[in-house]
Design a protein around this ligand. Structure first.
Ligand code: BGC
Ligand code: BGC
Length: 440
């Protein structure tokens, strides 16, 4: 496969910059009958929840085909592979053996394993509304570290607790399908506590390179009118500060801590356990204005009319097949903004996810997307942001949550009938781009 699009060589990233790709367990593994159920299995079984009526029972069958997938990683020439460890699989007999084999295969291919300990597939019997789930997560972290810690050096605790809270518990568009709106706040707090306890458990097991993968994107006010600016600030707190402030500053944004039960101050000491690096998942900026008093459709979600903000369509940019605007320069803005907001409290940053959904194997749009975002990332480096790595979402097409298989984010195409993998033009482009980097 030849990448036709003639792009200029990318600027040089610093030596030691970590190049990788990401996936998650529930989205690719399949082999659902060889593990305990998760909240996503139950959610998927409810009629109408998944747009194309599909399930993740087989997905990409990565559980059985992982040697082929590791060979694809090696062919791509990445330094690292970010995957997630399914908690319900770890809880099942022999479940950890799978990750043991996967990590061995990665090490043999000279690709560094970077596991995420939770990427939304909560064991069915657990509930983030319960504080005890945080302690259970720390136990899970300890079990995995005990088994894989001799070969895994870089760890990620949680993936996007903001999306898991918002989509899963506030709006009900993701598992477990609750629509608690602002009553979902304990879900945020318990995930943060789980993160802090897991950091301690990982350190106790000898780990010293620990991060989290948080979703971030600039919030743009719909206008300079006070009502729009205030609504945008509120949205910004939910998306960009609700998790980052406790993690990096040891406090909740104003007005939030008071809404939580229990001894929040002492929890915050656990939550703010210093991180070795900070993971940022970036997809798009969001335009937000004052409430408009009507339900809105946004990113496949129906947002209720009584929220204190409304999400507006961002016009004037190309969009992906998912309808998400393509705004590479917002990545520079985001990173410079994080550094301004958190100063020395911001650890070195790794982009743990960035990518786009497009149909087709000759995916020139994905090449343009990646090229644009890598240049924008380089501009953040030039402006002094300490960025240490970049992971593309995703290695291969997979189960895109409530969208089912309709959205294709992969560098590698997956035929869901035959499970055949076909590298797309963007795979060849990234492989060639990495060859022009000095790397070490
Ligand atoms: C966010 C993504 C998220 C998606 C969920 C988007 O608005 O930018 O990070 O995965 O919504 O559907
Ligand atoms: C999630 C991924 C998801 C991607 C695209 C991120 O929010 O971590 O699981 O597939 O966005 O929506």
């Amino acid at each position: 496969m030849i990448a036709r699009m003639a792009t200029n060589p990318l600027p040089q990233f610093p030596p030691g910059f970590l190049w990788g790709v990401s996936t998650s367990a529930h989205q690719i593994e399949g082999a659902a009958d060889e593990r305990d159920p998760s909240v996503w299995d139950a959610f998927t079984a409810e009629p109408g929840r998944i747009k194309d009526g599909s399930t993740a029972e087989v997905a990409c069958d990565h559980y059985h085909r992982y040697p082929e997938d590791v060979a694809l990683l090696a062919g791509l020439g990445v330094d690292a592979y970010r995957f997630s460890v399914s908690w319900p699989r770890v809880n099942s007999p022999g479940g950890l053996d799978f990750y043991d084999r996967l990590v061995d295969e990665l090490c043999a291919a000279d690709v560094r394993p970077v596991p995420t300990l939770f990427h939304w597939d909560l064991p069915l019997e657990l509930d983030w509304m319960s504080r005890d789930t945080a302690a259970r997560f720390a136990d899970h972290a300890a079990v995995v570290a005990e088994r894989l810690g001799d070969r895994v050096k870089k760890w990620i605790t949680l993936n996007e607790p903001a999306e898991h809270t918002l989509l899963g518990h506030a709006l009900g568009a993701h598992a477990p399908g609750r629509r608690l709106l602002f009553d979902a706040l304990p879900v945020a707090h318990h995930q943060l506590l789980a993160h802090g306890l897991a950091v301690r458990a990982l350190r106790a097991a000898g780990a010293d390179d620990i991060g989290i993968a948080n979703s971030h994107g600039p919030t743009w006010a719909a206008s300079r009118r006070t009502e729009d600016v205030e609504a945008a600030d509120f949205y910004d707190v939910l998306l960009n500060r609700l998790f980052a402030d406790p993690l990096l500053l040891g406090r909740y944004p104003e007005g939030i801590g008071e809404l939580l039960p229990g001894d929040v101050e002492s929890d915050l000491k656990v939550i703010a356990e210093p991180l070795d690096w900070y993971g940022v998942n970036y997809y798009q900026p969001t335009k937000v204005g004052a409430p408009e008093g009507a339900e809105i459709e946004f990113s496949g979600l129906t947002l209720p009319a009584d929220l204190p903000f409304s999400v507006r369509e961002l016009e004037g940019y190309p969009v992906t097949d998912f309808g998400w605007p393509v705004v590479p320069e917002a990545l520079t803005e985001l990173l410079v903004g994080l550094r301004e907001r958190y100063g020395d409290r911001l650890p070195p940053v790794v982009i743990t996810e960035n990518g786009c959904s497009y149909e087709g194997i000759d995916d020139q749009e994905r090449i343009a997307f990646l090229d644009g975002h890598l240049r924008a990332l380089h501009r953040a480096l030039e402006q002094g942001v300490d960025v240490r790595g970049y992971f593309v979402w995703s290695l291969m097409d997979n189960f895109e949550w409530a969208e089912g298989y309709a959205r294709r984010f992969g560098l590698v195409h997956v035929d869901y009938d035959t499970l055949e993998r076909t590298p797309k033009a963007s795979y060849a482009w990234l492989r060639d781009a990495l060859r022009t980097q000095a790397r070490r």
